[in-house]
Design a protein around this ligand. Structure first.
Ligand SMILES: Nc1ncnc2c1ncn2[C@@H]1O[C@H](COP(=O)(O)OP(=O)(O)OP(=O)(O)O)[C@@H](O)[C@H]1O
Ligand SMILES: [Mg+2]
Length: 498
């Protein structure tokens, strides 16, 4: 196998949705033994391009060549047979089966007895595959006990077992913690050295620059170029993605901090959150950091009414509040911007305008819709956050991932009466330009004397936006730090507890 064996070639790919040409004659190729990263703003066409290669979406025109064979048609099953596997964040892994059973699912090893699966041999072979990949997992572990990161790794192992030549990952690290991300990147480098080709999509450009052999930049459905890593730098890539100069590191302006408006005392949810106390002032951004599983999301769930505490107190403007639900919290001035857009965030089957005004309408209990007002408000938000929609009737599920996130953020921001805003991973899956816009909006809120609690796994974000940072570990808030001169390494040490 030569180093430069070409595994995949896409030529002049055109994709049209409605009247919107989302891929404009795009070329792309992938060699054996390389990691080819695909970058671009939200809505640039990255996911669409890889869906075409994996047979999930058909292009209007263009050529798809896999392992030298020109494909007349392609569907997901055929793509897998041709060795192209897309690893999704959760899908495909059956929780009630073991790791080995998942890997052999559909390809079971039969024993000498008719209709009997040879579980021992499956487990042994699986263990070998895992070891060979440096994945520290037990083949007999139930998949339901695995984390998202581990499930992704099992999917990769499964793909290899099916002799995959190409692994595609679309934003795989957006719900992983720092150590899990490290482990995945190491695994990908390992796969590449074994001759696989990897297509990797991420908004985390530091990851891209760490692992890429080549980088392809898409902008508005057009290819802006493909570059070997040695021939580009971060600035150039960002400029080509965004089409303008963008500050790589957001410098926030400080605003005067007022009185305490909100605090929690001894907040406890047994086994999840233990005895947490902190306060947040008007005009302050209080960051919450910690590893995945440290209790960050559960802590804020207690504060916006999605979980009920066993004990402890939540005090808003001097009054103890009991929050029955997120809507109840909102009525009491606590506004939550969700992390998981599929679970809490979107109203599927509804268009962008309906999604934007949903919260506002629910709060004001308006049944008679004021259409012109809704249009005005939503147009304002669409412009403010540069949400890429082809028209306002577009269904939310048709937007690119990052633009869905912007709709969800925008929707809460239409509710301007809140005193406290809780942002949970506000820029997850959001491109670098939009990230800046979301930071601007957070700053406008604190300038208007609102308080913000922000949970973030993104260290630069946590450090550049927070006035103070609360560190969560094992369900406790172990430290509350004033954020001046704090460094990533310092925080990391506290997260891990060394
Ligand atoms: N099923 C669909 N129907 C209509 N339009 C769609 C559909 N799927 C995607 N689009 C549009 O195609 C364009 C490209 O979307 P795509 O999901 O490929 O973007 P992306 O580069 O992956 O963005 P992100 O970084 O936000 O994930 C967007 O404008 C999106 O609205
Ligand atoms: Mg996408």
């Amino acid at each position: 196998m030569s180093e430069k064996e070409r595994l995949v070639e896409l030529r002049n790919i055109v994709k049209i949705y409605g009247e919107h040409m989302v891929l404009k004659s795009v070329d792309f190729d992938l060699h054996a033994g390389e990691i080819h990263c695909l970058v671009g703003e939200n809505g640039a066409g990255k996911s669409t391009l890889i869906k075409i290669l994996s047979g999930a979406v058909s292009p209007e025109s263009g050529e798809i060549v896999i392992l030298g064979k020109k494909m007349k048609t392609l569907n997901p099953r055929l793509a897998i047979e041709m060795g192209i596997t897309t690893v999704y964040q959760d899908a495909e892994i059956v929780d009630s089966l073991t790791v080995a059973e998942n890997i052999f699912l559909g390809n079971e090893l039969n024993s000498k007895m008719p209709f009997k699966i040879d579980k021992q041999r499956q487990a042994d072979e699986t263990q070998k595959i895992l070891e060979n990949l440096g994945i520290d997992l037990d083949a007999n572990e139930l998949a339901g006990n695995l984390s998202t990161a581990e499930k992704q790794m099992v999917q990769i192992a499964k793909a290899l077992h099916r002799k995959a030549r190409v692994i595609i990952m679309d934003e795989p690290t957006s719900s992983l913690g720092l150590e899990e991300t490290r482990a995945l990147l190491t695994l990908l480098k390992n796969l590449k050295s074994q001759g696989l080709g990897i297509i990797y999509i991420s908004h985390y450009l530091n990851e891209v620059f760490e692992i890429a052999d080549r980088i392809t930049i898409l902008k508005d459905g057009e290819k802006m170029g493909t570059y070997p890593l040695q021939e580009v730098d971060l600035n150039t890539v960002v400029k080509k993605m965004v089409g303008r100069d963008t500050a790589l590191f957001f410098q926030r302006k400080k605003v005067p901090i007022g009185d305490v408006r909100f605090y929690v005392r001894n907040l406890t949810k047994k086994g999840i959150v233990e005895d947490v106390s902190f306060d947040v002032r008007a005009g302050e951004i209080f960051g919450i950091g910690g590893l995945v599983g440290s209790g960050r999301t559960e802590l804020v769930s207690l504060i916006y009414g999605a979980l009920r505490p066993d004990s402890g107190e939540i005090v808003m403007d001097g009054k103890t509040v009991v929050l029955k639900s997120p809507i109840d919290a909102m009525k009491k001035g606590i506004c939550f911007v969700s992390e998981d857009r599929k679970k809490y965030g979107m109203f599927l089957g509804r268009n962008v305008v309906e999604n934007l005004v949903a919260v506002k309408n629910k709060l004001s209990r308006r049944f008679l819709l004021n259409l012109s007002e809704e249009l005005r408000l939503s147009t304002q938000t669409v412009n403010k956050l540069s949400i890429a929609v082809s028209d306002r009737d577009q269904l939310i599920e048709e937007l690119s991932g990052g633009n869905q996130q912007k709709v969800i953020i925008g929707r809460w921001l239409l509710n301007t009466d809140a005193a406290l805003y809780i942002f949970d991973e506000p820029t997850k899956g959001v491109d670098i330009g939009a990230r800046e816009q979301i930071y601007q909006i957070m700053l406008e809120l604190v300038e208007n004397k609102k308080s913000i609690i922000m949970v973030s796994s993104d260290m630069p974000e946590l450090l550049s936006m927070s006035d103070r940072i609360g560190v969560m570990r094992n369900g406790r808030m172990t430290h509350i730090l004033q954020n001046d001169g704090l460094k990533e390494e310092d925080l990391m040490r506290l997260f891990i507890g060394v």
